[in-house]
Write a protein that binds this ligand. Structure first.
Ligand code: CMC
Length: 424
């Protein structure tokens, strides 16, 4: 919090006082809501680099110190001590569940998983090589048509029901998008399994031969989902809030979030990282030649999985993911040359002035693909896995936005640079 509570803005001879919006941690904000009316000027902040679009009590990031906290709890503690389901509950309801609350929550989710037979044709109707992110976003939108009683953003009961439906059904439709892409039958959900084991069974099992549960695989996937569960006002979460501000229902808002996440600068980076590592591993490209191409900005090539808008010293999630990659591959007895390539790339980049001077460090996506691959997922499924992980964060933000009395429809301004009026 700065030691002043107002800023005076001088436009010509006219002074306007702007109030400070106090944070509990990190940077406070400058309230410019009076700016247009008082000065006739809008603020201009491409890509919202300096703009806080909301107050929020869900997640705190200090990008200089590499700090990430869910509802105040450091990500390192959450990853070590809690499950993805407990974390989802924390993000959505504000506190970790008691043992009874957790059992109740798990049950409420598992009884809401179902194989919607009417959607079978929908999943089969896409081209064979359809990207599962496109199918997922369409499927999440389609879910709203099956639960019409859960759509009203003004009803607390409807919001609660759509929350539980999404937590239950997004893993189901993700698994079905995968099954359709490999031409296999859909596997019915098994409510007696945990969320992660149920998802693994629907993805890798069949109706005849269930997926053999493997604690290492389940734990690794649970940890990765939890590490992706929220990241405050990132591109997809801001999209979810923006769409929701029009009072679009939760499914429609979250479906838009899936699309925002799909881009390679956001969640799509995890798939792009594996493609980059494969390129280096399988072609004449080497770590050194690739880094040179990145530095020369040839064809806009970037070191995927590196850099972050907020983190400027390290991404705390990446530290945990890197340690998890070593542990999981060793526990599963997998040797993947791509892990060695990734480590080599990281070492070279961290010692190179191009990356050091721009404060570019590995982000959460740098090592996740190597783990997902070791767990048996094809690269196209990496970003859908991110979407399953981010679901509780999107839901928590949509609910926070929707519960605030003063939420108005989001509607940015522009600085018009086109023609003045002219005649045809
Ligand atoms: N490789 C090479 N150069 C980079 C990279 C990179 N990965 N990231 C940023 N730069 C350079 C960029 O070219 C620019 O250089 P210059 O000052 O010479 O013009 C400078 O660093 C600043 O980059 P920026 O694009 O203005 O930074 P940003 O804050 O707008 O973008 C980012 C952040 C994450 C989109 C970017 O770092 C990036 O493209 N990274 C690779 C994609 C990636 O890994 N995305 C996952 C992000 S973490 C998970 C998630 O949010 O989903």
């Amino acid at each position: 919090m700065p030691d002043f509570d107002k800023v005076t803005l001088l436009v010509g001879d006219s002074a306007t006082e702007l109030e400070i919006v106090a944070s509990t941690q990190g940077h406070s904000g400058l309230d410019i809501s009076k700016l247009m009316a008082a000065t006739g000027l809008s603020s201009f902040d491409p890509a919202f680099v300096n703009t806080a679009s909301t107050k929020s009590a869900i997640t705190y990031i200090d990008g200089d110190q590499g700090i990430l906290r869910y509802r105040g709890y450091p990500i390192e503690q959450v990853a070590e001590l809690k499950s993805f389901t407990e974390t989802s509950y924390l993000l959505i309801y504000g506190a970790f569940p008691t043992a009874t609350e957790l059992t109740d929550f798990e049950k409420k989710i598992s009884v809401r998983t179902e194989h919607i037979q009417q959607l079978d044709g929908f999943f089969r109707s896409f081209p064979k090589d359809a990207h599962p992110m496109a199918v997922l976003s369409a499927a999440v939108s389609a879910l709203s048509t099956f639960y019409p009683e859960t759509l009203d953003p003004g009803s607390e009961a409807a919001i609660e029901e759509s929350t539980l439906r999404l937590l239950a059904m997004v893993p189901v439709v993700t698994a079905y998008a995968h099954k359709a892409s490999i031409g296999e039958d859909f596997v019915a959900p098994r409510p007696e399994l945990s969320m992660v084991d149920n998802f693994l069974n629907m993805t890798f099992g069949s109706n005849e031969i269930p997926f053999e549960q493997n604690l290492i695989v389940s734990k690794a996937l649970d940890t990765l989902l939890l590490l992706h569960a929220d990241h405050e006002q990132n591109c997809s979460t801001s999209t979810v809030r923006l769409v929701g501000s029009s009072q679009a229902n939760l499914y429609a808002s979250v479906s838009a979030g899936v699309n925002a996440l799909s881009g390679p600068l956001h969640g799509g980076a995890n798939e792009a990282v594996i493609e980059m590592l494969e390129l280096i591993n399988k072609t004449s490209e080497t770590v050194e030649t690739y880094v040179e191409r990145v530095k020369n900005k040839e064809d806009n090539v970037r070191l995927m999985g590196f850099g972050h808008r907020v983190y400027k010293s390290f991404d705390p999630r990446a530290k945990i993911v890197k340690a998890t990659a070593d542990q999981v591959l060793s526990e599963l007895g997998v040797t993947d040359p791509l892990l060695a390539v990734a480590k080599q790339l990281e070492a070279i980049a961290l010692a190179d002035d191009y990356f050091v001077s721009r404060k570019l460090y590995p982000n959460v996506d740098f090592y996740t693909g190597v783990i997902y691959k070791a767990l048996g997922f094809p690269p196209k499924m990496f970003t859908p896995l991110f979407a399953i992980g981010r679901m509780p964060g999107w839901i928590a933000h949509w609910r926070e936005m929707n519960s605030e009395a003063n939420t108005r429809i989001s509607r940015p301004q522009q600085v018009y640079i086109g023609e003045a009026e002219r005649s045809i």
